[in-house]
Ligand binder design. Structure first.
Ligand SMILES: C[S@@+](CC[C@H](N)C(=O)[O-])C[C@H]1O[C@@H](n2cnc3c(N)ncnc32)[C@H](O)[C@@H]1O
Length: 211
């Protein structure tokens, strides 16, 4: 059976505005993920027809949320989503990609090198075992909000922020995490919808301030 076709870059104007000078790196990353991602177990075949809209553009939408010259830890980066994508879109922000699986770490290191991403550091670890103090911690498709909070608050500096990419259940995840939110004294826990004004699938993020 033929493999599903790889999606041609969705909404090129939106991608160009999100990636700016990094658009060619974004294209190179998407092309490599399309070519090798399934074989390497990074992405399922059903994702190829929606690689740009569901993954690349979706992961770039939070890029404007970060301030220049700050540090971001992305936990469970997997194929580089969102860590590599955000690092391409925001070369002025330092990204540390924290991922426990050896093969995925090798892929992330390879992409850092191929794309000359000087703003990327890759660490092989579970979030719970990692050390460091970052301005922001991000995650996408790693765990429920109630489980992400205890894994990520220790990696966030005092006064830092959590930015988790989430699906349609984001509000329900916040409700289910009431005790954890209180235990870690998180403030301004909220869901934002990014890209609702653009001709792309919007991204929902849970953001929270760490005391
Ligand atoms: C479903 S994948 C999502 C990958 C990527 N963030 C994405 O959106 O496509 C979950 C990833 O989280 C990683 N992971 C699982 N438990 C973890 C932990 N405790 N700390 C850090 N990463 C973890 C897995 O190895 C895997 O790469």
């Amino acid at each position: 059976m033929d493999s599903p076709a790889v999606e041609v870059e969705a909404e090129p104007a939106v991608a160009a505005s999100l990636f700016g000078d990094g658009i060619e790196k974004a294209r190179a990353f998407a092309a490599d993920l399309a070519a090798r991602g399934e074989t390497l177990g990074l992405i399922g075949p059903l994702e190829l027809p929606r690689l740009w809209s569901r993954h690349i553009v979706n992961c770039a939408l939070p890029a404007p949320l970060f301030e220049a010259d700050t540090s971001v830890a992305d936990i469970g980066s997997g194929a580089g989503l969102p860590g590599i994508v955000l690092a391409i879109a925001r070369p002025d922000v330092a990204f540390t990609l924290i991922e426990p699986m050896e093969r995925r770490v090798a892929w992330l290191e390879e992409q850092k090198s191929l794309l000359a991403l000087d703003n990327v550091t890759v660490i092989r670890a579970r979030a719970q075992d990692a050390t460091g103090s970052y301005d922001v911690v991000t995650a996408r498709a790693v765990s429920a909000f109630s489980k992400l909070v205890p894994m990520t608050v220790p990696l966030t500096r005092d006064g830092g922020r959590l930015v988790f990419m989430k699906g349609a259940n984001a509000e329900a995840e916040i409700t289910a995490a009431a005790k954890v939110i209180a235990r870690f004294r998180l403030r301004d826990v909220a869901v934002s919808v990014l890209g609702a004004d653009l001709p792309v699938e919007p991204t929902r993020v849970i953001t929270a301030l760490v005391p």
